[in-house]
Ligand binder design. Structure first.
Ligand code: SF4
Length: 393
């Protein structure tokens, strides 16, 4: 079985005063990983008003919080947007009759047997390499595998996955995800990326999805950047849900990745109580483009077990989108997405700014457009086909 880093260092949990004095750059990322909080009782010495959840919650989905993330949490406010993402809540006990499911994305149906490859779209694949993350998000869409013993990715599955990519010449885009691929050591990443590049020269775009950059920024080191640069990883997508997660340390380590020639993208999950506000989203996406990171997707919270309390109705998601488009820089506006049930894939949630109507005299149609501020204009030309007759000699 292939494991991401598991460190034998004894666990020593920092209490509040120690955490305040703690400098995450003073020790290796591996030591910080080993010092994660893994029970809410451990966080009682750090934060106030920690919910004393029933431990059956843990049986379904473990808790893990890096000291760096714990330090970003508000000590007294249970509604702190970072606490809400990572601390277990009594809401996680599934509501009777509420239809939750463990694989909303229908990934298992598109998984190639014997591999950890999800092949849904014709020319790109998702390669799930790890089932571990630095900090576990309570709304995780892959709870069925992340931090679950049954979700561990075996070494032979990794090898079979690379065989599959090498043997399918139509695959031009490979996304490494998990879990978090950066939980691997540099050496193991070097090996996996090297095999993809050597055995599958038809892969044109190689990217990594990682929240570890945000949850444990010191994971980004010059050595890691050298590995990514050597194997021409073109894009790293990070995951941030609230401006509070953007710190000077994160900015510094993102810059390090950018200097290695890596394009940076952002994905966000729309979470009730965390970021379902126009002001929060405007600030988040403007801070992100300031860093040179392009907001890419805002996902609807998936209907996974124990995450129903985070779901934002799609009507509200449309309002949030309208609060961004036109009000902040165009490149700062991401696409809003819901993952369709049964493996339908990513479906855009976008309000309509354009309406085509039939002309009263039946002679054709006209198009009515609305701008970001609600002003409308009729554009009759858009309802017509101006294609020219072909010219004959
Ligand atoms: S970082 Fe991603 S994969 Fe890991 S727990 Fe959070 S949402 Fe799930």
């Amino acid at each position: 079985m292939l494991q991401a880093v598991e460190f034998a260092t004894p666990k020593v949990f920092m209490r509040y005063d120690e955490l305040q004095a703690y400098d995450p750059e003073s020790e290796s990322w591996q030591k910080q990983f080993a010092r994660r909080y893994t029970h809410h009782a451990q966080l009682n010495g750090v934060l106030n008003h920690v919910e004393d959840v029933n431990e059956t919650v843990y049986n379904k989905f473990a808790i893990a919080v890096t000291p760096y993330m714990a330090k970003l949490m508000d000590r007294d406010d249970p509604n702190c947007p970072i606490r809400m993402q990572y601390l277990p809540s009594f809401h996680e006990e599934t509501k009777p009759g509420f239809a939750t499911m463990l694989d909303q994305l229908g990934e298992e149906g598109d998984t190639i047997p014997g591999t950890s490859i999800v092949h849904r779209y014709p020319r790109r694949v998702l390669f799930l390499v790890s089932n571990t993350c630095a900090t576990l998000c309570r709304f995780c869409t892959r709870k069925r595998m992340v931090s679950q013993p049954s979700g561990s990715v075996h070494k032979d599955e990794i090898e079979a996955s690379i065989d599959y990519i090498a043997n399918n010449k139509n695959i031009e885009d490979v996304l490494l995800s998990g879990g978090d691929p950066l939980t691997f050591t540099d050496e193991r990443l070097d090996e996996i990326l090297g095999m993809i590049r050597t055995r599958a020269p038809h892969v044109r775009f190689l990217r990594i999805g990682s929240r570890m950059v945000v949850q444990l920024p010191t994971r980004v080191t010059p050595e890691l950047c050298a590995v990514l640069e050597r194997h021409r990883v073109q894009m790293v997508n990070i995951h941030i849900n609230h401006p509070k997660e953007i710190t000077p340390l994160l900015r510094k380590r993102v810059k390090m990745l950018q200097k290695a020639g890596i394009m940076m993208g952002l994905q966000t999950v729309c979470l009730k109580g965390v970021n379902d506000s126009v002001e929060v989203m405007r600030e988040l996406f403007m801070q992100t483009v300031e860093m040179g990171v392009r907001p890419y997707y805002v996902y609807s919270t998936d209907m996974v077990e124990g995450a129903h309390h985070f779901i934002v109705p799609h009507r509200r998601m449309l309002e949030l989108y309208e609060g961004l488009r036109g009000w902040i820089s165009g490149p700062a506006v991401p696409t809003f997405i819901v993952d369709g049930l049964g493996g339908l894939g990513k479906l855009p949630i976008i309000p309509s700014y354009v309406r085509e109507e039939a002309l009263p005299d039946g002679s054709g149609t006209t198009v009515k457009c609305r701008n970001y501020a609600g002003k409308t204009v009729e554009m009759p030309g858009l309802g017509q086909d101006f294609s020219l007759p072909s010219v004959s000699n």
